[in-house]
Design a protein around this ligand. Structure first.
Ligand code: ADP
Ligand code: ADP
Ligand code: ZN
Ligand code: ZN
Length: 775
């Protein structure tokens, strides 16, 4: 085994570039003989109290080193410091495969996973700014609603009693419930249980049963939905058998009483489906979506209630808080304003505190978590970031860099997996992994200051040196797809034409409205579009690249034919499953007050298959061995045509380094998007909408991606992407730029045209960065 020697300048003194009021050089983190995943006995030193950026093509081993080795061992060592009794309740971290990992400090991993996950979690609650506002209202609000829990929608005292603090209520959807072209007697009510019968004749007894509903007056609608003014009208109802007196009840009220206020899960499948078809989730009418009880909403500071505050853009709320002058209020207002300013500094000033965290993009979620730590006074920590530039326009990357430097300057070690040139440029130290991906990677090919990386001969170094120009000739559009008067979220009555048969790139700073325009409005107007967005694939722990691409059936059949047994033997979802873990490869223990603890299954050592299955081989390999092959390795071994074709597509989208059996849930967002793309490579004449396809891609991988997008366009598809990567912008046939800024200061079209014309544009921020890049 060769050891990849650390570069001499990692020894001892930290390298150049550091802003150097950081504490005196602490001994570096020392890794010896790391062999996690594809790592080839890696030995390397990571300087402390510095910004260390890890680069390298996708699959080269960055995550295996940073997350799988450093962060993993830091967590494990931290847990080991607790007494055995406490340790019993903590998650178990496996010792990473390495000879030594020394001088670690406690690590905090800031990744792109969503921030806490239900509709009660908002930007305000996740950042702890909402509790501060509540205290402020309890002290200064007029009239005060009580102490601070009276302003919390997550407590019984503060929550709106109608919607229990959700701000939303399920309600009858008039668009599907009624057919306006028909009358009551002629099927105007499309909810089967209300057609005909006693209820049906009740409504026709007071309203004209033959008048089309579309011609009803406002008063007639009110009578139909909510009864007469007094609601206690007695109506004689004609039925076959006689006349009844009954209390008239509006159709919406009756629907609410019989279906919405009851637990419909106990009803027949038919009834449930009928209800599902005619309801929608609407704003709660009692609190108008504000989630709070009337007393909290009545309490105001300078004319605004707490819901008005949380609905404001953060940048505006800062101004309100800074204007507060009140003996008991000012200190809290200052502290909340400072926390908001940190969010604004990282480019999230366009969000509002009432924004649900589940609606944030991966990049926004990561920046939100990042800010949480900036406010903390912990020092001497190791922070680990996973491509924090995700979702950021070049214009926003400067803010990110300031944040990373601030963390370092407070005495922390900042480890960043990143491909962005501007982030690499502020590194004190770069560790470049390679030379390539998977089995051809797993070594440290450079360690030292960024200048040395740029001058050196690694793939990353060569990519950093090159400057790509604009594409020479752009394609001619074959036609145009229009969006007219879009006003969703921050869009300002946007009308735009998207060319067909070409590659269109949407650009703009974070929050300018790209996702809203492209994935909400444009995609919704073209229902047959293939949308490859943030949630490209929802992956269970049972799904793998092989199952996703449909390779498993033919593979099991090949194994079955070779051994004359049942193909089900070779499935860890059925007969072949390890009996100890049921085919999961790991065992999860539920803990009553902690996150569940997951350990590798000892019986199958994580292979998922029952040991008896491993007696069967295909051309000398067991099924577990085949599942552990990367797509590239498997392509040389599995030559069955159906399988080979799928493997080729996986390699073409740049995922040849994935193993066939890797859990999809372990894939990054960018990898999932490319995996979904792999299943579409042979289609023609379609419309593809892809959100940030370069996410997670090294500059060298971007070339592969561009070739792929070109191939899609050349097969007569229309390709629309949201992108910040300037190499993709330069390669576009057509660019649509949104701006000028984020949130309410965005939502306008700043530029539409070819990249050549964009370079000359005076207004767009993207144009400014493009000119700088080309210079
Ligand atoms: P990078 O972070 O540079 O993209 P990774 O460290 O994620 O690279 O991957 C390096 C290699 O390890 C790849 O070949 C990848 O397929 C493999 N690998 C990563 N995660 C897993 C896993 N959970 N199980 C098996 N192999 C993995
Ligand atoms: P971009 O994609 O350019 O980063 P977005 O389309 O995500 O921008 O956001 C544009 C504006 O719409 C921002 O002010 C953002 O806060 C708002 N917005 C986006 N998604 C939602 C949502 N689900 N609910 C409320 N506001 C949203
Ligand atoms: Zn409500
Ligand atoms: Zn097992």
């Amino acid at each position: 085994m060769t050891r990849s020697a650390p570069s001499p300048d990692t020894e001892g003194s930290p390298s150049g570039g550091a802003s150097t009021d950081a504490p005196a050089a602490a001994p570096p983190i020392v890794i010896r003989g790391a062999r996690v995943h594809n790592l080839k006995d890696v030995s390397v030193e990571i300087p402390k109290n510095r910004i260390v950026v890890f680069t390298g093509v996708s699959g080269s081993g960055k995550s295996s080193l940073v997350f799988g080795t450093v962060a993993q061992e830091a967590q494990r060592q931290l847990n080991d410091t607790y007494p055995a009794f406490v340790r019993g309740f903590l998650p178990k971290y496996e010792k990473p495969e390495a000879d030594h990992v020394d001088n670690l400090s406690a690590a905090i991993v800031v990744d792109q996973k969503p921030v806490g996950g239900n509709s009660r979690s908002t930007v305000g609650t996740a950042t702890d700014i909402h509790p501060q506002l509540r205290v402020l209202f309890s002290r200064m609000g007029e009239p005060s609603a009580g102490m601070s829990s009276a302003y919390s929608f997550n407590t019984p005292a503060g929550a709106c009693p109608e919607c229990q603090g959700l701000g939303r209520k399920v309600e009858l959807d008039p668009d599907t419930f009624f057919d306006l072209s028909r009358s009551l007697n002629d099927g105007g009510v499309r909810f089967r249980p209300f057609e005909g019968g006693i209820a049906g004749s009740m409504w026709t007894a007071v309203l004209d049963g033959d008048k089309p509903l579309g011609e009803f007056t406002e008063e007639e609608w009110h009578t139909l939905l909510h009864g007469g003014r007094d609601k206690t009208l007695k109506v004689p109802v004609e039925t076959g058998s006689g006349t009844y007196n009954m209390t008239y009840e509006g159709i919406a009220d009756r629907f609410e009483r019989l279906y919405l206020k009851r637990d419909i899960s106990g009803m027949s499948k038919r009834s449930r489906e009928a209800v599902q078809a005619v309801i929608r989730e609407g704003r709660c009418p009692a609190c108008d979506g504000a989630r709070l009880a009337p007393a909290a909403l009545a309490s105001r500071i300078d004319g605004r209630n707490i819901a008005n505050w949380t609905a404001m853009e953060l940048d505006d709320l800062i101004g309100v808080l800074e204007g507060i002058d009140h003996p008991q209020g000012t200190p809290i207002a200052r502290s909340a304003a400072a926390a908001l300013r940190r969010l604004s500094d990282i480019g999230l000033g366009y969000l509002s505190l009432d924004r649900e965290t589940t609606t944030l993009s991966g990049g926004e979620a990561q920046r939100l978590k990042m800010v949480r730590y900036l406010g903390s006074s912990l020092v001497g920590m190791t922070y680990v970031f996973d491509e924090p530039s995700t979702g950021l326009h070049p214009h926003d990357v400067g803010r990110l860099n300031r944040l990373l430097k601030a963390l370092r300057d407070r005495g922390n070690t900042v480890l960043v997996v990143e491909h962005d040139r501007d982030v690499i440029a502020i590194a004190d130290h770069v560790i470049d992994m390679g030379p390539l991906a998977g089995a051809n990677g797993g070594q440290v090919v450079y360690a030292g200051p960024p200048e040395g990386l740029r001058a050196g001969d690694t793939l990353t170094g060569r990519c950093l040196r090159r400057t790509t120009g604009l594409k020479e000739a752009v394609r001619e559009p074959r036609g145009w797809l229009r969006v007219d008067n879009a006003r969703r979220h921050n869009l300002k009555d946007v009308s735009v034409a998207v060319p067909t048969g070409v590659l269109t790139v949407f650009t703009g700073v974070a929050g300018s409205g790209k996702s809203t325009l492209v994935t909400d409005v444009f995609a919704a107007a073209h229902p047959d579009a293939v949308l490859i967005g943030q949630q490209a694939i929802t992956a269970s722990s049972r799904s793998t690249p092989a199952s996703f691409l449909g390779i498993m059936d033919p593979l099991r059949k090949s194994f079955a034919d070779a051994n004359r047994v049942d193909p089900g033997m070779f499935s860890f979802n059925s007969k072949g499953a390890c009996s100890a873990c049921g085919g999961r490869g790991e065992i999860t223990a539920e803990m009553s007050f902690m996150d569940p603890v997951t350990m590798v299954c000892e019986a199958c050592e994580g292979r998922r298959y029952d040991t008896s299955v491993l007696a069967y081989r295909l051309r000398g390999r067991t099924i577990a061995e085949v599942m552990a092959m990367t797509a590239e390795e498997a392509a040389g071994f599995l030559t069955e045509p159906r399988i080979a074709a799928q493997l080729r597509q996986l390699i073409e989208v740049g995922l040849g380094y994935l193993t066939l059996g890797q859990e999809l849930s372990s894939l990054s967002g960018g990898e999932r998007r490319r995996l979904k793309l792999a299943t579409h490579l042979t289609k023609r004449g379609g419309l593809y909408i892809i959100d940030e396809p370069t996410n997670g891609l090294h500059m060298a991988d971007v070339d592969t991606l561009l070739a792929l997008l070109d191939r899609l366009v050349d097969a007569r598809n229309t390709v629309v992407v949201i992108e910040h990567d300037l190499d993709v912008v330069k390669h576009a046939d057509w660019v649509i730029d949104l701006g000028p800024h984020g949130g309410k200061d965005g939502g306008r079209i700043m530029f539409e045209g070819t990249p050549h014309d964009l370079v000359k544009d005076e207004h767009s921020l993207t144009a400014r960065h493009l000119r700088a890049d080309l210079a």
